[in-house]
Design a protein around this ligand. Structure first.
Ligand SMILES: [Zn+2]
Length: 240
């Protein structure tokens, strides 16, 4: 979810195993349990639906065909966390690796707790957020600072939630579950707006998500603004 989303400690490079099947869902270390089977079912439903969403929306917003995500990966501890370039992914995190075009997450440290604490749409939000980064990479969005990319991903997740609602996948409480996920991963008070690690305050993130609900992916695409002084649509003109 957040970036840089990879450890600041470089480890010997070792790319994750590639899968030939688009959007295949693989657990690096299978850990069968009743809890994870329900989580996996939700991930299967939402990952397929988010892919459907972008197959429709990407050509409309950006032009050109949407290219499916190459791989989805779940990991469970630091020993099986995949690498992105030379960096090993962190625990309790989710991440889009542009170099390998995969989305990965810590199953036991992030997704399962979110699923248990807030419900399936918290998991859907994380997936939709990471998919948003993948879409920005495909569109070669020229985002002026990390926080713009993070808030754009939140905005895309909001746009997706409107689609999910129309398809009966955003159930009562779903939006609250997404907000729960954003609140948990907000920037601490006082984080500089243009800090390399900035993701936005809880309010920024929820505003961006709401902007996506109201304005759709076209509005979110407008986060690719030319100046670091610019403010994403849907956010106040003076950033914290
Ligand atoms: Zn992110």
């Amino acid at each position: 979810m957040p970036s840089p989303e990879a450890s600041s400690s470089p480890v010997a490079s070792s790319a994750p195993a590639a899968s030939p099947s688009p959007t295949s869902f693989a657990t690096i270390t299978p850990t069968p349990s009743p809890d994870t089977s329900a989580l996996h079912a939700a991930i299967d439903v939402f990952s397929a639906d988010i892919e459907s969403y972008w197959t429709v929306e990407y050509p409309r917003v950006y032009g050109g065909d949407y290219v499916p995500i190459s791989q989805l990966l779940a990991y469970h501890d630091v020993r099986d966390a995949p690498f992105c370039n030379a960096f090993r992914l962190r625990l309790r995190n989710a991440f889009y690796c542009e170099a390998e075009d995969y989305i990965a997450w810590d199953e036991h440290g992030l997704m399962l707790p979110l699923y248990k604490d807030a419900g399936e749409f918290a998991v859907a939000f994380v997936l939709a957020h990471e998919w948003g980064h993948a879409v920005a990479a495909r569109a070669r969005a020229n985002l002026p600072a990390n926080v713009f990319g993070e808030l754009q991903a939140d905005c895309f997740a909001g746009a997706y939630s409107t689609w999910a609602e129309a398809r009966g996948l955003l159930r009562p409480g779903g939006t609250d579950a997404a907000i729960f996920a954003m609140y948990q991963r907000r920037d601490p008070a006082g984080t500089p707006w243009l800090s390399e690690d900035a993701h936005g305050s809880a309010l920024d993130r929820i505003r961006a998500f709401s902007a996506g609900i109201d304005g759709g992916a076209e509005l979110c695409a407008g986060y690719s603004l030319p100046s670091p002084d610019s403010t994403p649509p849907g956010l106040p003109p003076t950033a914290p």
